[in-house]
Design a protein around this ligand. Sequence first.
Ligand code: SF4
Ligand code: F3S
Length: 106
Amino acid sequence: PFIVTEPCVQCKYTDCVEVCPMDCFVEGPNFLAIDPAGCIDCSVCVPQCPVDAIVNASEATQAQRPYIAINAQAAQQWPSITRRQPPLPEHGQWAGVSDKLHLLIS
Ligand code: SF4
Ligand code: F3S
């Protein structure tokens, strides 16, 4: 499956959700995740994300690998999101920041 990774933390642009044919996205307080059980690897969500947060789990870097479990776990807990909404208010200042994993609210 595809997974949402670090750039989404504190940004949550949500451009990704409307294109998913399987309605895979779930929403947490400051991050979105993909339900691996629903994802059909179509990749149409990938170019929608302005901060390139969505990657194929099989191509995840070492730093991105923790997000495989994070997406799977979030999918069990968070509600589905299928409609775009405004990004988080401080998205501009967080978009380029790395090492945001500790900020992720589960
Ligand atoms: Fe949805 Fe396709 Fe993205 Fe998977 S790869 S989350 S099915 S849009
Ligand atoms: Fe997150 Fe990118 Fe979607 S920032 S909400 S994965 S468009």
